[in-house]
Design a protein around this ligand. Structure first.
Ligand SMILES: Cc1cc2nc3c(=O)[nH]c(=O)nc-3n(C[C@H](O)[C@H](O)[C@H](O)COP(=O)(O)O)c2cc1C
Length: 357
């Protein structure tokens, strides 16, 4: 049995494992398989249009009637700093040249944050759970999501961010350690000079002490040992991303999958050069030659508009030199098995270790 059932009872799930939303890398098949197995499947919606979100939800509901999670970014759109965009494009110009791609004269604003229109869609779709990354949307939108009957989660990278999230209405906090793959959910602390980057082992108990809602541990968890440790640290559940990337149901590109297959424990770096926000990726030419951190990169998401043409051109030539290869530090622990089997194994392995402790 699980030592803490608060999260499972709150979300209506029978296994305290959340498949992390992974914009661009998850799929309805992955989310449905996890939810049907008693965990919580998630769809990262940051790169999906409204129609694509609705279609993905239909696909999940065609497979299972169990709870699932829709996830949105809620970053503040950055000010348009023409000088910074120009300096960054000048840094990238030799790579555009090398790949034979025309250098853009300016950067587009990029992906939108959660807004009233997406809120309408969420209220119509009414998933059991909605999670946010980079803080929370404005209070009236949070209130509407709650009124639609959805449980609300968001990521914290410090105890202070966790307290802020609870004060602003989340039902549970995802404590995201620095080991995690993909973007850091950081929103209230500074990351630019290396501060606020706390590991899962130190973060989870401090968040559990700071808030009275269930805590979900995330970052570097890929087997029953990590899950059992998370419960020992005060978590009521875990959110796992990287380990699910290796399932056949994930939507990672063949290049990304091959990089995951090769990844050793020290393969990843925290970098802002792909999107302008710190995120953990397998190191490649782009992170080595331009970063991993360069404070000249335009703010999220403008930097993504600068790196995307390079990525597309390099990938068309069979190279992942300019691809964001999001992955956490536990990539090498991940098994290549279907998602349902992975959830069963993770749960059994964790329960065995918790019972033995
Ligand atoms: C490929 C990838 C994409 C991600 N995209 C999102 C996202 O869209 N929204 C989000 O809240 N978290 C995202 N994350 C972060 C996860 O929610 C989670 O914090 C992380 O995967 C946990 O660490 P792990 O990868 O070591 O399991 C992403 C992670 C990965 C690996």
């Amino acid at each position: 049995m699980w030592p803490d059932k608060r999260l499972m009872d709150m979300l209506g799930i029978t296994c305290p494992i959340i498949q992390a939303p992974m914009a661009g890398a998850d799929s309805p098949q992955l989310a449905a398989a996890v939810s049907a197995q008693g965990g919580l499947g998630s769809l990262g919606c940051a790169l999906r249009s409204a129609d694509q979100i609705a279609a993905a939800v239909r696909d999940v509901r065609n497979v299972t009637d169990q709870p699932f999670n829709l996830n949105f970014f809620c970053h503040q759109p950055p000010p348009h700093d023409v000088g910074q965009d120009g300096r960054w494009l000048a840094r990238l110009a030799p790579y555009y040249d090398e790949l034979g791609v025309a250098l853009p004269s300016e950067l587009s604003a990029g992906r939108d944050a959660f807004d009233a229109e997406l809120c309408d869609l969420v209220c119509e779709l009414a998933p059991a759970v909605v999670s946010f990354h980079f803080g929370l949307p404005p209070a009236p939108l949070v209130a509407r999501v709650r009124a639609a009957g959805c449980r609300i989660l968001s990521s914290a990278t410090t105890p202070a961010e966790a307290v802020w999230l609870v004060e602003h209405g989340v039902d549970a906090v995802i404590a995201q350690g620095v080991e995690a793959g993909g973007h850091r959910g950081v929103f209230a602390s500074s990351w630019q000079h290396g501060s606020g980057q706390i590991g899962t082992l130190a973060l989870v108990p401090q968040v559990a002490d700071a808030v009275d809602v269930p805590v979900i541990a995330a970052g570097g968890i890929a087997d029953g040992r990590g899950i059992a440790a998370s419960f020992a640290l005060g978590a009521s559940g875990v959110q796992i991303g990287t380990a699910f990337l290796r399932c056949p149901e994930s939507a990672v590109s063949p290049l990304h999958r091959a990089a995951l297959d090769r990844a050793q424990a020290d393969a990843t770096v925290l970098t802002n050069v792909f999107t302008g926000r710190p995120a953990r990726s397998i190191a490649n030419r782009m992170t080595r030659e331009l970063g991993p951190i360069d404070l000249d990169a335009p703010s999220f998401p403008r930097a993504a508009a600068a790196s995307l043409p390079l990525r597309l051109a390099a990938e068309a030539a069979g190279s992942g030199d300019f691809s964001s290869l999001w992955a956490g530090q536990a990539a090498a622990l991940a098994r290549v098995v279907p998602a349902a089997e992975l959830v069963r194994w993770l749960a059994e392995d964790a329960r065995m270790r918790i019972a033995r402790a």
